[in-house]
Write a protein of this length. Structure first.
Length: 152
């Protein structure tokens, strides 16, 4: 009985050892995806530098926000609108999550300094480390809340 347990444990250790490189590669890709999306967000939305942000796009960019134009040209128009109408806007990333090819940001976006801003959840899909798709949900930060918890 003891011998079987030892053989079983050795087999388990060997199998786990074989899976480690794959898990390490997956973890490295998740981190790379998170870094790419955060850099894209900083360059595009905070610095309003379309050219720098565009380096993070894949061959296509599908926009799922129904109020935003589709594609890379649509994102360029959005950055131009921010630069013109809201030059002092700033988005503070509060949380970053990654799952496979998806990166999710929880953001506090303030278009006009001194205003409460909005809570935004941005979802990006990447392909080979490049951003190819985007969804978002937005909720204004209210003046008063029904509880003492914050949105962030």
């Amino acid at each position: 009985m003891t011998r079987r347990l030892i053989i079983g444990a050795a087999a388990l250790v060997a199998l786990a050892g074989q899976a480690l490189p794959a898990r390490a590669a997956d973890a490295a890709q998740l981190e790379a995806n998170k870094k790419a999306v955060v850099a894209f967000y900083e360059k595009g939305l905070n610095q309003k530098d379309f050219d720098a942000a565009a380096a993070y796009f894949g061959a296509q960019y599908v926009q799922h926000n129904p109020t935003a134009p589709d594609g890379i040209a649509g994102f360029k128009a959005f950055i131009e609108m921010l630069r013109t109408k809201f030059p002092n806007s700033h988005s503070e990333i509060k949380r970053v999550f990654a799952d496979g090819d998806y990166v999710i940001l929880h953001v506090h976006a303030v278009r006009e300094p001194g205003t409460r801003g909005a809570a935004i959840v941005d979802i990006f899909r990447l392909d080979n480390g490049k951003i190819v798709e985007h969804w978002d949900v937005r909720q204004d930060v209210p003046e008063t809340a029904a509880n003492a918890n914050t949105m962030f």
